[in-house]
Every structure is written in C-alpha cells, then in structure tokens.
Design a protein around this ligand. Structure first.
Ligand code: HEM
Length: 478
C-alpha cells in the first residue's frame, strides 16, 4: 500500500494490472536504448515504473545517485540480479548481504592498485602474444578482432587472479567454448531481466536458451573444478604459517598476489564446495569479458577516428620510443591522452548499463523519500549521454576528459565503475590491462576500418555491445 501510494505521486508511465509496465521492455536490445531514453525524457530525473509487483524508481540526477549508491541502505542488489545469480551464484557479482560482504572482503587484497603491479609481466607477455596473432593474419584484410582480444584477456585472468600457469590455462576444459558462449549467456540473463514472460520458469524451460544455459553451467562447473584442483595441489606445497601470514595482509601491497583470489577463497574455509565453484567462475567472467569489450571498443573507435589515433600514437612514441620493452605503470602515468581516450570509451560503452539495487530503509533524495522495499535503477548508459552534462553526447571526443573540462562537470555524471560499497572491484586491474593491450597494439599497428562510427549498431544489454562486431584492418607501422 505504501509503495502504491508513493508510486502514484511519482511521474512515470501508467502501469497495467499484474504486469505493471513490463510490456514497455518487450523490444530488442537495440531499441531498448530509445525506449528508456523516451521514458526519461518524458518523465524526468526521477521516474517510476512497475515490473510486475516490483516498484522501480529510476534516478538520473548525479547528486542523488551519489547519495544513493554510496549509502549502506542500498547494498542489496535488485531483484533482477536473481537471473544472474541463477548462473553465477549469489556471491561477489550478483549477491548481497553477508555472503557478498564476506566474499568481497576475502577477494579484495588481489585487486588493489599496488597488488596488481605483480601482474604486469603477464599483462605484457599476453599482449605480445596478441601481436603475434595479428602478425599471422592476412595483411591488408579487415578482421573481426574481438576473438583475439578476448582470448588475451581470458588467458591473462587465468594466470593472475586465478593463479594458473600458462600450461594449466591452455589445458582447462572447455576454455574456448566458454569464451565463445559467454556473450550468449549474458544475453539470456539480460533477456530474463527485461522480459516478463521469460521470468516465468515453466516458460523459460521451454526455450532453447534454457538448454544453452544448462549446458553452459555444466561446462562452467568442470572448468571451475579443474582450477580449484590445480590451486589445491599448489597450496599443499605452501607451509601453514606462510599461508596464514599471506591471508592476513590488510594493506594494498605487491605481496598480496602471492596468493590468487581462488587460494584466498579456499584457505578462508568460508565457502561451501558449490559456492566455491560458482565464485571461481565469477572471478573469471567478471574480468575477462569487461576488459575485452573495453579494449575492443577503444581500438575500434581509434580506427574510426584517425586524428585521435595519430595523437595517441605520438604520445606512445614519445614515452616508449623505439625500445622494445614491457609497458610499466610509470609509462602509463606519462600518457594523459591515453587516459582521456580510455575514459571516453567507458563513457560511451559502459560495462553496467543499468544498475539495480533494493532500498532497504527509507532514504531521502532531492525529489523526496524513496521508500524501503522499492528498487533503485541507476541508468548509467543514459546518464553518460545526457546532453545537460555532455555536449554532442554521442560523439567520440576524448577532450571532454581534459583536466579543464573535467572541472566544469559534476563528478558523478560519470560513474563507469559505479560508486560506493558495491563499486567495481576490478577498476585498477581492468584499467591497466586495457591500457597495456592498447599501447602494445597501437605502437605496432595503424588501425583503419572500411566502416565509420555511424555504421556502429549498439545494443544495450548488461553492458553496451556492438551488434556488427569489431572489424578493422591492422597495418604494421614499421
Ligand atoms: C574495465 C572495465 C570495467 C568496468 C567499466 C567495470 C564496471 C563495473 C560496474 C559498473 C560494476 C557494478 C555492477 C553492478 O552493480 O551491477 C562492476 C562490478 C564489479 N566488477 Fe567491474 N568493471 C570493469 C572491469 C572489471 C574487471 C577487470 C574486474 C576484475 C578484475 C571486475 C570485477 C568486478 C566485480 C567483482 C564486481 C562486483 C562488485 C560488487 O558487487 O561488490 N570488473 N564493474
């Protein structure tokens, strides 16, 4: 009753009995961008809609979002995450409450700014192997390069966060299959999040997506079991007192990566077997896909914008010159234009397009009180393209992130890694991996495309996706 009374006072499309406004989202992922845009334009910065019995309140004001996402009253993921939890378990990515808190605390030491310095060698080696793959491609021909990039990020994650050797990585069961099928799994999850009829289990069970999801989960279980076996074998060789010392580090330090995230889960003895397997896969999937997508969008946009590419190349040449050596943290710090390009990519192609949280206690924002029990929706994709904060919002323009231009904006109109206690754990890892890959590729290749930015067909799912792939030609510079 309380929710109905509050919803009646909030602007938003008129709901139907039972399904609420769920029919609005019965469109394909490409059209969803416009559907949400239209709703926000019509009803404003605080809009309500019903997904069946769940009242969703979309908040697009950057100051309100800061309050909401930073609050302890929103540290429960929204009901739509259930469909992700069906595949990945209710842990670090899709879970909430004590389980999420415990898993996040156990994993955190491996993701710190300093901790990831230890991963630099692997980042560089895998980026070099990527260059070798490009060298084997026919010269002058346009290729869809996403496959090469996602292999690189996947092998990198296995040899860092998961703690495997390259040999162990290459012999993981179903690795390539999992890499290939992951986008389809996330599309199924997002389809269930947005389409009411797929939320009815008996209907979903009749679809081919259900069979695919079931097969994926079976593969994922074998894959995770093997990783856990490898780590258990290795852990037997570490002395008990060393393990305790390594586990109990509080500060962000390079030595934190002497244990992998999986080691920490095993040694904590806090996870049931099933939980451990799901969380092992979650650690893998939360990092390899996001890093691959952002790297690919960066290279693609640079192919579409030759002036930006030349500026970036000049900066890279300036810092690295002719030396054939690994890219270091110091190098990256001396590449401000790379950082601006990277940020512009995260603005245009966010990894979380819509975030949802359950509000656990009433919370006051500028527009009034959001009641406990409703869901907050943070429309990141649309916030990042709101013309009030971004001139020509759909254009690619890294200059938006020059220090002078950044000062002119409200900081929280740009939140690619989300905010607050449930923000992205992998921001330093992802940033460094993406930049290392892109610097290595851009140093060696001029990237061009037969297509233009106008040809890019975007879809909005869990993350922004390119419907026409990532096609470009890689021409050696020297
Ligand atoms: C490089 C670009 C990346 C971007 C833009 C990004 C963005 C995000 C966003 C927006 C969230 C919040 C999701 C939600 O609330 O539903 C998130 C969560 C998360 N990300 Fe990332 N991510 C990136 C890369 C990575 C990488 C490389 C890793 C791992 C190394 C990672 C690990 C995680 C984890 C574990 C969470 C869940 C945090 C929690 O709920 O406590 N991310 N990420």
């Amino acid at each position: 009753k309380k929710l109905l009374a509050i919803a009646a006072k909030l602007p938003g499309p008129k709901p139907l009995p039972l399904v609420g406004n769920a029919l609005l989202f019965m469109c394909n992922f490409e059209d969803l961008i416009k559907v949400i845009d239209d709703i926000l334009n019509e009803y404003g910065d605080v809009t309500s809609f019903w997904l069946g019995p769940d009242l969703n309140i979309v908040v697009k004001d950057p100051n309100d979002l800061k309050v909401l996402l930073s609050s302890q009253k929103t540290t429960v993921k929204g009901p739509q995450y259930k469909y992700m939890a069906d595949c990945l378990g209710g842990g670090i990515l899709s879970g909430s409450g004590p389980c999420w808190r415990k898993h996040r605390k156990i994993a955190t030491p491996n993701y710190g700014k300093r901790a990831i310095e230890n991963y630099s060698d692997v980042f560089n080696k895998e980026a070099d192997l990527l260059l070798e793959k490009f060298r084997m491609k026919p010269n002058g021909r346009q290729i869809d390069f996403y496959q090469c990039i996602v292999q690189t990020t996947s092998y990198t994650v296995c040899q860092t966060l998961m703690g495997l050797s390259k040999e162990q990585t290459m012999s993981l069961p179903y690795l390539q299959h999992i890499i290939d099928e992951t986008p389809r799994l996330y599309d199924t999850v997002f389809a269930r999040m947005t389409k009411w009829y797929l939320q009815l289990d008996p209907v979903f069970w009749l679809t081919s997506s259900y069979q695919q999801q079931k097969n994926f989960i079976a593969m994922m279980t074998h894959f995770s079991k093997k990783i856990v076996e490898h780590r258990m074998e290795t852990l037997k060789t570490i002395k008990q007192y060393n393990k305790t010392d390594l586990l109990n580090t509080e500060e962000d330090s390079v030595s934190n990566t002497q244990l992998s995230v999986i080691d920490r889960f095993i040694l904590s003895e806090e996870l049931e077997r099933e939980e451990l397997l799901k969380e092992t896969f979650t650690i893998f999937t939360s990092s390899q896909e996001a890093s691959a997508k952002i790297s690919s969008f960066l290279l693609l946009m640079i192919a579409y914008h030759p002036e930006a590419q030349e500026k970036l190349y000049a900066e890279i040449e300036d810092v690295i010159g002719d030396q054939d050596r690994p890219i270091t943290e110091e190098d990256l710090k001396r590449m401000p234009y790379l950082d601006m390009v990277f940020k512009e990519i995260l603005r245009l192609f966010p990894i979380g397009t819509l975030l949802q949280r359950t509000i656990t206690e009433d919370i006051v924002i500028s527009a009034g009180t959001l009641p406990a029990g409703c869901s907050l929706v943070a429309p990141i994709y649309h916030l990042h393209r709101d013309p009030r904060y971004w001139t020509r919002p759909n254009d690619f323009d890294p200059e938006r992130f020059s220090p002078e231009n950044v000062k002119q904006r409200i900081p929280t109109c740009y939140i690619p890694f989300s905010l607050g206690p449930m923000d992205c754990l992998g921001r330093y890892f992802g940033t460094k991996l993406v930049k290392t890959i892109c610097v290595k590729v851009l140093r060696e290749y001029k990237i061009t495309s037969l297509n233009t930015y106008n040809d890019l067909r975007l879809a909005m799912a869990i993350s922004a996706s390119s419907l026409n792939g990532f096609h470009a030609t890689f021409t050696p510079r020297k």
